[in-house]
Design a protein around this ligand. Sequence first.
Ligand code: BGP
Length: 451
Amino acid sequence: MSFPKEFLWGAATSAFQYEGAYLEDGKGWTVADERCKAKRDIQADSSVASDGYHHLEQDVSLMKELGLKSYRFSISWARIYPDGEGTINSEGVAYYKKLIDLLVENHIEPVVTLLHFDIPWALVEKYEGFVSRRCIDLYDNYCRTCFKLFGNKVNYWLTINEQNVMVMMHDMLGLKKDDPQLSKKLVQCDYNMYLASAKAIITCHKMYPNAHIGPCVSYPTFYPETCHPDDVALAYDIQDMMAFAPMETYVYGTINPMVMNKWIKEDTVPNILEEDDSILKEGTADYLGVNWYCTQTVSATSRNGSFNIGIDVDIKKNPYLEYGQWNWSYDPRALKMALKECYVRFKKPIMICENGWSELEELCDGKVHDIKRVQYLHDHIEQMQKALDEGVNLIGYQHWSFVDILSSSQGFDKRYGLIFVDRDNFNIKECQRIKKDSFYYYRNVIENNGL
Ligand code: BGP
């Protein structure tokens, strides 16, 4: 089976990593801006990012040249509601309206993420963000506004990007590391975000019954370092807790019993109201957005030579794989397995919402020969093709990223784009766009609807 005719070949960005103009035209401060500010002395922040806000027309014409069928981007809640609530910021609305209009005019399907790591800071100050149930209703209100404003032109929505990562990183939720109640608050945020996502889905279904809406889950594949049963059990458990349990809540509207058990054991059970069950069950996903980059190898039995990726387990190097500059593995064959596993479990259409390769890159005679990214694209698309052949309902691929963007952790050094953005961490220059080799390669793939 080849790629379906309507396959959504795309590329992705997110607001704080792409737009810049972080305080322009009325936009409010966000958790993402605050996180970037903390590292301002050592790397780029979100003030300019890829300067997408000021390159709108140029970037959409590059998308057209690339032949994109879809473009995944996020709306910054704080550009629409600078304080997360209250008055709508018309200039923010105008920016996204223009973007969506341009995309549609150019036959590029917008895939819109409603929250990508950038909770309005005012909500953190006022309510501790998603710790409070108030934030659920405010998020629902913000989503309702987006549906009202843009719903006639948007067919694909994503509610929350990588909630499963946010709840592992206190600062992504605006929480303090030394808060004695941190564990409990993280769980409450997790639970409240499930409700927020479900409510937004219910609202969207009511307003636009034909639209497609779902979550976007981080979904690395976990391998055991050895076949020792403890290693195998650990890999299995992490995979389950990190990816499949959240997917279960989004797809079936139930809290995974193992997760509930963990909450009980750790005395972190969140406040649950009687009405919640029906909200979760009514607000289930139409499709699953998954962000898949690589595999991670974990060990329960050896604790030497580990390196830290922010999850509280020992991550090992897999001797059978090569690794990139940031220790992310190169393992395309695992993508097919992951897609199959996810489809068999949840039977929902899947959209790959992020997948890409990062490098330190620079211009060489005005060009960027990103050979490894070309290979990465080829090898991962080949596995997508195989997954389709074996029956997976894969509806789209959003390459991460469209242009070079601010990495969520490594400033502007870590580049993912099909298009080079000429700036570095501290020298912003003009942010000129230069097409990399991967741009031409991907354009060819899209033109041929496959390899
Ligand atoms: C995902 C995020 C993206 C992006 C990507 C790469 O978790 O949704 O926003 O940043 O990972 O991560 P990084 O930028 O840290 O390399």
